[in-house]
Design a protein around this ligand. Structure first.
Ligand code: GUN
Length: 278
């Protein structure tokens, strides 16, 4: 196994320092608006994490709370339109939102140059989770050309864009989904596995080959004791030491995603300031 890999945690610390330094030299603080509808507990905790990152590196975060019992689609559309016209650089709608709203219509009100989640088809930005993963792999000099990759999950914001980004980099990619007959067949033949299955401890090391260099665990699950865990059972440390590097949960992809959002906000600021897009 490679012993020179910079962990997600250390990489994020390095990159956050760089961002903080870059922001110090801008004319003003970049502004991120986070729109939250209702009070989902997981969303509260994600937003807290974003606030912490923003405070740490010098981004102004504006948290806009909307309640579904008193607000209809049209009114939310007005709120987003107003925020889009204001001095914000990046705007995100925290997911999930209640089913009574048409999410795509709301997302399409965010201008492409402010869509820092990268959720619009024509966004100026890459979705944060795939971007975070690819950037971290590039920092660690993982090769893409000639590598067999297995992506598990085909969601619009993670699996699909990640698959496309790996293909663009020259990798050979299989994207599995819940109807794939034998996922182990694909994971056992992969150099890199990217798991967004969302089932606690779904894989163990018998599902990966001896030559598997990297498993990126994208799962954010709760185990039977309500403890945060990924898709990969990380208990078999002997195998871990032999060959395969597995990103931890927590402390892995979640941090990469948060970093990518901050980078997108700073890029959004630069696009709007220097390319006159507003
Ligand atoms: N909910 C969970 N993760 C995310 C994310 O990356 N972006 C948004 N907008 N909502 C989320």
């Amino acid at each position: 196994m490679r012993t020179d890999i910079v962990s997600c945690k250390d990489y994020v610390e390095i990159k956050k320092k760089e961002l903080k330094e870059e922001i110090k030299h801008l004319d003003k603080k970049p502004v991120l608006a986070v729109i939250q509808i209702d009070d989902d507990q997981a969303s509260n905790s994600y937003i807290k994490g974003k606030q912490k990152d923003c405070d740490e590196i010098g981004i102004e975060m504006r948290h806009v709370n909307i309640y579904s019992n008193t607000t209809e689609q049209k009114e939310v559309e007005c709120v987003i339109t107003d925020i889009a016209k204001s001095d914000t650089d990046g705007i995100i709608i925290q997911l999930p939102i209640p089913g009574k709203y048409n999410l795509e219509r709301l997302q399409n009100l965010i201008p492409t140059e402010k869509d820092v989640d990268g959720f619009r088809r024509d966004s100026c930005f890459k979705p944060c989770t795939p971007k975070g993963i690819i950037d971290w792999m590039e920092y660690n000099d993982f090769e893409f050309k000639g590598k067999d990759c297995c992506v598990l999950g085909r969601s619009k914001i993670v699996g699909l864009p990640l698959t496309n980004m790996l293909i663009e980099k020259g990798a050979t990619v299989t994207c599995c989904n819940s109807t794939t007959m034998s996922t182990e067949y694909y994971t056992r033949n992969a150099d890199y596995v990217f798991s967004a299955v969302g089932i606690p401890n779904y894989f163990d090391f018998s599902d990966f080959s001896d030559f598997c260099e990297l498993v990126v665990d994208i799962g954010i699950n709760r185990d039977e004791n309500e403890k945060l865990c990924g898709d990969v059972n990380n208990v078999d440390f002997e195998r871990y030491l032999n060959n395969t590097y597995v990103t931890p949960v927590p402390g892995g992809v979640g941090l990469l995603t948060r970093l990518a959002l901050m980078q997108n906000v700073v890029d959004a600021y630069k696009i709007q300031k220097y390319e006159g897009m507003i």
